[in-house]
Design a protein around this ligand. Structure first.
Ligand code: FE2
Length: 286
């Protein structure tokens, strides 16, 4: 794909038909390698939490909420289930413990900024999706460490981020080759036509999160396909397409980087979990 060129009519048609689109290759191997190196370096310099014996489980939950809810303008580390003991202390090596890093790599980290906010090809993709203006509210690195990386249950991204009207699109780049063994992405073609039935949002006091409705019927996974994407591919995900991944049962990690974009002319929901301090604006692509 040439610099600054967006989706072809055929790609756009496939995206609207299936609710997702794989473009490969998108990044050059050198770009993918430099992003992976950046993540390895962040992991190496990251200081794991100290033994936090003063926390009660209730206090720990409250702190975890604040750490998560305040992560929109920071680079913060989130752990695999079971990587911490009841006192908040790591019980596995830190390289194996981190589930994801978020949610502001795209603004704060030079290597990730270069492929997110300062990339003409990303801008062109978003323009061709029909965005009038384009905002990037969040970014994440998803690490899926070997043998420990857990599954991501079937979900739609529009449950977690919401605008009126709904305009969320996910851009997901594998930084390593994805296989069924290391927990590749799976998607259900056409599932986006069912829309979004449930939201994950802040509680009325703004201090916690909840699902509404609390319970949800399981998604149909009939026809789900594995996206066996080589490192450097781009996967576009419609906000209502059902997708998931299995646990990483291999000896190889499955690093990926993703951003979500929304149209700047749509209203950012005040009860989205993701908010900036004092209602500050998210970075704008165009
Ligand atoms: Fe997702």
């Amino acid at each position: 794909m040439a610099a600054g060129v967006g989706l072809t009519p055929e790609q756009l048609e496939a995206y609207h038909r299936d609710g997702f689109l794989v473009i490969q290759p998108f990044w050059a191997p050198s770009t993918t390698a430099s992003l992976k190196t950046a993540l390895e370096s962040m992991l190496a310099s990251f200081l794991p939490p100290e033994k936090a014996s003063v926390f009660t489980s209730e206090e720990q939950e409250r702190t975890a909420d604040e750490y998560f809810l305040g992560s929109g303008e920071h680079i913060r580390f989130f752990f695999e289930k079971g990587a911490l003991d009841a006192g908040g202390r790591l019980i596995v090596p830190k390289e194996a413990a981190v589930n994801k890093i978020g949610h502001n790599l795209h603004e704060l980290h030079p290597a990730f900024r270069a492929v997110s906010l300062d990339c003409p090809r990303v801008t062109a993709i978003c323009r061709s999706l029909g965005f009038v203006s384009c905002i990037v509210p969040q970014s994440m690195a998803i690490l899926k460490p070997p043998r420990i990386g857990g599954p991501v249950l079937p979900h739609v991204d529009g449950c977690f981020l919401y605008t009126v009207p709904q305009t969320v699109v996910g851009l997901w780049w594998p930084l390593e080759d994805c296989t069924k063994d290391n927990g590749c992405l799976w998607a259900v073609p056409g599932s986006h036509r069912a829309g979004v039935a449930r939201r994950f949002k802040r509680t009325a006091d703004g201090k916690h999160t909840e699902f509404e409705p609390a319970e949800e019927a399981p998604f149909s996974l009939e026809g789900a396909v594995p996206l066996l994407t080589p490192a450097g591919s781009l996967v576009l995900l419609h906000h209502a397409v059902v997708h998931f991944s299995h646990a990483n049962t291999s000896d190889i990690s499955r690093y990926a980087y993703s951003i979500h974009v929304v149209d700047g002319t749509a209203e950012w929901a005040a009860d989205n979990w993701l908010q900036r301090e004092g209602g500050a604006a998210f970075p704008k692509l165009f």
